[in-house]
Write a protein that binds this ligand. Structure first.
Ligand code: 13P
Ligand code: SF4
Length: 317
């Protein structure tokens, strides 16, 4: 098998990916947090809700999911007959890892009579223990469709759970999970940035801590933040989420200024998800060429996990 040499340029890789994609009837999907070179060649870019919706309706033979592992699993669960590939099988998610299936099962068993809502950032095993899956793009809409007195467990993202409780007036029981990127943005640094850019609006992902949600002009999923920026009249924004989203924001609104919220720690790129950035164009090329690594989900787990995902798709139409 031909090895990819260091000389292989970005234009060459882009051409080869385009050729292979056609030849193999493959669809390349990318999350907004992917590297620019991947967003440039993707057939579809979206937030986790849009990626799940698009996977459910594609007729492609192969799906290349440029995102993290749970996104590949969600696509595979929705499309068991398709081959779902992921450029780097080690692209995990600290939030999904903060909810171990055995611990979550125990928590659910300790609270009989509760409806279990899980964020899409979970493993297939956790989804199999769930009644309804949600994403940050539809969590509010779905929770509001349930009776007001319904007892709800919400996991794993504690910050998103607090946000949904605050906007719906519910008192869902929250699992204490968090994303290592969103949970680390600092209120002080963002307020400092706002003092330097007083006219900038603050856009915050609901995986960020509650004080950040409270100073935001808009709290929303990556797609909702993008949509807000396109329709809003301001010309400058402080973007408090993973910095990959800036690529699409600048593409869609070239006349506006988007400032990446500073990382908590000057020593590290904390506003970048190291898991998302594990995928590279070279790895996309290799995985399409060799049709590996492939996402495999135990069919028994998939049979249980598909129900709460389908329920989400129905409730968020
Ligand atoms: P959304 O794509 O739903 O905004 O979620 C952000 C995220 O952290 C994905 O891992
Ligand atoms: Fe997971 Fe956070 Fe990375 Fe999203 S940004 S994939 S929630 S670790």
């Amino acid at each position: 098998m031909e090895e990819v040499s260091n000389e292989m340029s970005l234009p060459w890789l882009k051409e080869e990916v385009a050729r292979l994609k056609k030849e193999k009837n493959a669809l390349i999907m990318a999350h907004y947090y992917q590297r620019e070179e991947i967003q440039e060649i993707a057939d579809f870019i979206g937030d986790s809700l849009a990626l799940a919706r698009e996977a459910a309706k594609t007729d492609a033979r192969i799906i290349v999911m440029c995102g993290v592992h749970f996104m590949g699993e969600t696509a595979k669960i929705l499309c068991p007959d398709k081959k779902v590939l992921i450029p780097d099988v080690n692209a995990g998610c600290s939030l999904a890892d903060s909810c171990k299936p055995e611990e979550f099962k125990k928590f659910v068993e300790e609270h009989p009579g509760y409806t279990v809502i899980s964020y899409v950032n979970t493993s297939a095993d956790v989804k199999a223990l769930t009644d309804i899956v949600v994403t940050s793009g539809n969590a509010r809409k779905i929770v509001e469709q349930l009776p007001e007195d319904e007892k709800i467990i919400f996991g794993p993202d504690h910050n998103l759970g607090e946000y949904i409780n605050s906007v719906t007036g519910r008192r869902m029981l929250l699992w204490k999970g968090a994303c290592h990127v969103h949970d680390r943005f600092s209120l002080e640094k963002i307020l400092e940035m706002k003092r330097e850019h007083p006219d900038a609006k603050i856009l915050v992902h609901p995986e960020c801590k509650r004080p950040l949600q409270m100073i935001a002009d808009k709290v929303g999923s990556t797609a909702a933040l993008l949509d807000f920026a396109q329709k809003d009249e301001a010309s400058e924004y402080i973007v408090v989420t993973e910095s990959g989203i800036l690529f699409e924001m600048r593409n869609k609104c070239p006349q506006k200024t988007f400032l990446a919220a500073p990382a908590e720690d000057a020593e590290c790129q904390c506003n970048e998800c190291d898991y998302m950035k594990m995928n590279t164009l070279r790895k996309v090329y290799r995985c399409l060429r060799d049709e590996t690594p492939e996402i495999i989900v135990d069919p028994e787990v998939a049979e249980k996990a598909v129900k709460p995902i389908e329920r989400m798709l129905q409730m968020s139409r």
